[in-house]
Design a protein around this ligand. Structure first.
Ligand code: AMP
Ligand code: TRP
Length: 333
């Protein structure tokens, strides 16, 4: 069976190693599989669910494209585009919003986290955000969605919406039910300052994350200052259970060096954190710094990013506009 992969990344700046390990790095792996169509979207409509500075937003779209390409995505193999340039996404979101139920959206933990204490002041867009995400996915008959673990609930909602639409309009299997593809071991990279908090673009502390465009010195410094506990590194995974910071750093090391956690633990068992942190800095610099350099070069080349977006938009529009036509037909427009 042929696979269709779709995923999205918000152009909200501060792309970090969590985005790379949890998402972008996997995008690259899929692009080289046989019988697989890959579609990767810079989701600017999602970004504006919280306030954005227009000039920065423009810049961040370019930076995200540059990060995709610098990480190894090839625009001849994958469709890379900007969400707002394909109107079917917004149209689909409205229509699917009429299938989605309030009760389902009320359960979304990302909304609760992002809206914070004062829910009444959150934008309506932030609330219906997952419906737009369902539209992104369903318009392309997506079979698989590579995302970090934080997006799993939104994928389940997408399946619920698809099923309800298929049922309500008596169109069995019109929308395909997409499968989430979540990396098993390193699906959630945590803050360097707090091992139980997700590494996030929006964390006010720069020290909490390693950005894809950090300099070598900054990387070393952030890792040096990363929170740890006082014990030496343990020898087996079970002993990591109540040591979230150790677990996170070991996870980052393992994923960037493509080895499993037990191999890493064998390597560092009994060593202290300062030895381990030196090695961790080395591997982060080895893997991330070339991306950073390339990214900074590409993002300045506006002709290049514009060309990618133009080509990607044409390819994506062709698929999405067909599907939206079928949707309209089914609902009687
Ligand atoms: P976002 O930054 O919210 O646009 O997320 C882009 C992609 O990166 C999504 O697939 C997320 O699941 C993934 N992601 C974001 N933060 C992390 C993290 N700390 N660890 C792993 N994956 C992440
Ligand atoms: N909500 C996702 C995130 O913040 C981004 C996203 C938007 C997405 N549309 C998508 C991811 C479709 C996968 C598929 O990470």
């Amino acid at each position: 069976m042929s696979k269709k992969i779709f995923s999205g990344v918000q152009p909200t700046g501060n792309l970090h190693i969590g985005n790379y390990i949890g998402a972008i790095n996997n995008f690259v792996n899929f692009q080289n599989q046989e019988n697989t169509t890959c579609i990767y979207c810079v989701v600017d409509l999602h970004a504006i669910t919280v306030r954005q500075n227009p000039a920065e937003l423009k810049n961040n779209v370019r930076e995200t494209i540059a990060a995709f390409v610098a990480s190894g995505l090839d625009y001849n193999k994958s469709i890379i585009f900007q969400q707002s340039m394909v109107p079917a996404h917004s149209e689909g979101a409205w229509i699917l919003g009429c299938s989605a139920r309030m009760g389902w959206l009320n359960r979304m933990t990302q909304f609760k986290e992002k809206a914070g204490k004062d829910k009444e002041k959150a934008s309506v867009g932030l609330y219906v955000y997952p419906v737009l995400m369902a539209s992104d996915i369903l318009l392309y008959d997506t079979t698989h969605v590579p995302v970090g673990e934080d997006q799993k609930q939104h994928l389940e909602l997408t399946r619920d919406i698809a099923q309800k639409f298929n049922q309500d309009f008596n169109s069995p299997s019109f929308f395909k039910l997409p499968e989430p593809m979540i990396q098993k071991n390193f699906s959630r990279i945590m803050s360097l300052k707090d091992g139980v908090k997700k590494m996030s673009k929006s964390d006010p502390s720069e020290m909490s994350r390693i950005n894809l465009n950090d300099s070598k010195d900054t990387i070393v410094n952030k890792i040096k200052k990363a929170k740890t506990d006082t014990l030496p590194l343990p020898g087996n995974e079970k002993e990591l259970e109540n040591r979230p910071e150790a677990k996170n750093l070991i996870g980052i090391y393992s994923s960037l060096s493509n080895q499993n956690v037990s191999k890493t633990m064998e390597e560092f068992s009994g060593k202290n954190f300062s030895d381990f942190k030196n090695k961790l800095s080395e591997i982060v610099i080895e893997k991330i710094y070339p991306i950073s350099k390339e990214m900074n070069k590409l993002k300045k080349d506006q002709n290049f990013t514009d060309k990618i977006l133009k080509e990607g938009t044409n390819k994506a529009s062709e698929i999405a506009s067909k599907k939206i036509k079928d949707i309209k037909n089914i609902i009687g427009f």
